[in-house]
Write a protein that binds this ligand. Sequence first.
Ligand code: B1M
Length: 211
Amino acid sequence: MSESLSKLSTAVIEGELEVMADLTQAALDEGFSAKEILDDGLMSGMDHVGVEFKAGNMFVPEVLRSARAMQASMKIVRPLLVETGADMAGKILLGTVKGDLHDIGKNLVAMMCEGAGFDVEDLGKDVAPEEFVRGVKEFEPDVIGMSALLTTTMRTMEQTIKALDEAGVRDRVKVIIGGAPVTQSFADQIGADGYASNAASAADLAKKLLA
Ligand code: B1M
């Protein structure tokens, strides 16, 4: 890998927010395309973060720092990607379900998915089933990701899947779910396409479902 892309990758891993804009500009000045910067610099760094996070060698604050660093570079790179029509991994629509205000895990999922090359639309927290339906129609995602941290709000995931069904858009998207009280058997029970126990696995799962 070239030195400038390797520096970008390391800066993502180390969460060096303040150097990201300069390193990104330097790589562009050297002639690397936005896609090369995304794939071989930023995503390669985030892949490493995902592996270390899953292995328990990196923790939430470090992952958040890496994600912020990546986002600083993405501010420069994203418009160029859109201009050049570079292929993204797919589109993912995310939200914490209605009644639930816990969004730290969901934000990590957003960052990991962005790191994996997804175009991410984040509806935020306390998202009602009808807002997910509207999101599918407007944003046309390939995947919907729902997060819930309360046992009382898990049922809203099922209601959301029903609402997608009733609106006739369920077969347009894969639905993945997660959050501390959520399990694979719950995902099977409510007809979700998949469950992931952590943010890095959520990004892997989304990719796998679209492969
Ligand atoms: Co609340 N809270 N909270 N809380 N809170 C929990 C969840 C709780 C377990 C604490 C406890 O009692 N031990 C408990 C739930 C009990 C239950 O239902 N079984 C609880 C409660 C009861 C409440 C209130 C009801 C408290 C009250 O007011 N009486 C209230 C509810 C508010 C509401 O949502 N309507 C409440 C409020 C809050 C705060 C607002 C103060 C704050 C949230 C701030 C925020 O998110 N912006 C908060 C917090 C911080 C927590 C704890 C302490 C930490 C949650 C967290 O962020 N963890 C939590 C206890 C705990 O977990 N130790 C607790 C870190 C985060 C990275 O992990 O979100 O699990 P997590 O995400 C993981 C995975 O789950 C997964 O990936 C992430 C890791 O990579 N994941 C996905 C998450 N979403 C995914 C989606 C996917 C795939 C994977 O695919 C789409």
